[in-house]
Ligand binder design. Structure first.
Ligand SMILES: Nc1ncnc2c1ncn2[C@@H]1O[C@H](COP(=O)(O)OP(=O)(O)O)[C@@H](O)[C@H]1O
Ligand SMILES: [Mg+2]
Length: 344
């Protein structure tokens, strides 16, 4: 332990990637890291793995940021890491207040975060870049929806729709003419409808805000990166496999120069900052998550730790290049369930 100790505030300490993140931050081999976790649920796993833990209101609540600031005043963290999409915008808006209290909130600016969190706005913001995106439309009525479904290739090709603001695949639907026998062969229990069924479901009540898209196919992959001033500093590309309930259960690190190049355009065009996770299907961009996510760690490439060091001015260009060169594309990862125990 050769470097000064660090204090860290970690949000969503019960999210799927949290337990490994906490373990890997502590296994950095250079310094002691004290982690204070927060979550909206008392039974978040971070309660058992962090050095301190408390319950805070949900990220969307007006009481969320004041609760975090109260903790920052008391715990004096050097850095705040945000893991949930529901919180990142609120923290981004209060970045300055966190900084005034001596805590670096590692999030992008509020405008960049707002664009990422709305997939329709994100695709629109990138339309003048070379980044390949599925064709998409935002219909305002059931008639525009039906016209849009045909414009995007139905019935020859499937079309999909989803809420522009969502996560964990909630609300994702495919419109297809495929028969029931084919549907049963599909992985992941996709919600699949014919156009007639979709119209019947959407006809009632006010037409919902939805993003209608070309349904693209191909392997799902992600570029995880740490970004400074819109420039990707450190990155890792991985596949997303064995998706269950919207969550990838296994990952393979891969060499994906085209996705890395596209991700650079995304970060630059959106003015991103800190941690981002950029998702592709085949070569099509489908999502930008402007927050810490589930990483594939190496003992000598702990992306969130390297990002924290960069933010604190501890990594120069040579150290960044050295870290990036340590990345191994032989790295594999599976997610599994574990348990913790306590008496009440
Ligand atoms: N245009 C598309 N074509 C094919 N599949 C898609 C498309 N958009 C989304 N999906 C599928 O739906 C999942 C969830 O969509 P995504 O945009 O990543 O939203 P979120 O992860 O926020 O719910 C993706 O992982 C992918 O499997
Ligand atoms: Mg996604």
């Amino acid at each position: 332990m050769t470097l000064p100790p660090l204090r860290l505030l970690l949000t969503a300490a019960g999210c799927p990637g949290a337990s490994t993140l906490i373990r890997m931050l502590k296994a950095n081999g250079e310094r002691e890291i004290t982690i204070h976790g927060v979550d909206m649920r008392a039974e978040a796993v971070g309660r058992f793995l962090c050095d301190g833990f408390e319950v805070v209101p949900p990220g969307g609540s007006p009481a969320y940021v004041p609760a975090l600031l109260e903790i920052v005043r008391r715990e004096r963290p050097d850095v705040v890491l945000v893991q949930s999409s529901d919180e990142v915008e609120a923290v981004a808006r209060a970045r300055g207040t966190f900084a005034d209290l001596g805590a670096r909130a590692l999030v992008a600016g509020p405008d960049a975060v707002a664009v990422c969190n709305d997939k329709a706005a994100m695709h629109a913001a990138l339309c003048d870049t070379p980044v390949l995106q599925p064709r998409s439309l935002v219909p305002q009525s059931i008639d525009e929806f039906v016209a849009g479904v045909h414009e995007l290739g139905y019935p020859q090709a499937p079309v999909c729709f989803k809420p522009p603001v969502s996560k964990g695949s909630r609300g994702f639907h495919v419109v297809t003419t495929e028969g029931g026998d084919r549907l049963l062969e599909r992985r992941g229990g996709l919600a699949t409808l014919t156009l007639e069924q979709a119209v019947a479901a959407l006809r009632h009540g006010p037409f919902p805000h939805l993003l209608l898209m070309e349904h693209v196919s191909g392997p799902e992959s992600v570029v995880d990166a740490y970004v400074a001033g819109g420039e990707m500093v450190l990155f890792q590309a991985k596949t997303r496999e064995a998706v269950r309930a919207g969550l990838a259960m296994s990952f393979r690190t891969v060499e994906r120069p085209a996705h890395v190049a596209a991700s650079r355009h995304v970060c630059r065009a959106l003015g991103l900052e800190a941690f981002v996770s950029i998702q592709f299907i085949g070569d099509h961009l489908i999502e930008v998550n402007p927050r810490v996510s589930t990483f594939v760690y190496q003992e000598d490439f702990i992306l969130p730790y390297l990002g924290v060091k960069h933010a604190l001015g501890e990594l120069d260009a040579t150290a960044v290049a050295r870290a990036q060169s340590r990345l191994r594309t032989s790295r594999r990862s599976i997610r599994y369930y574990d348990q913790v125990f306590w008496d009440e």
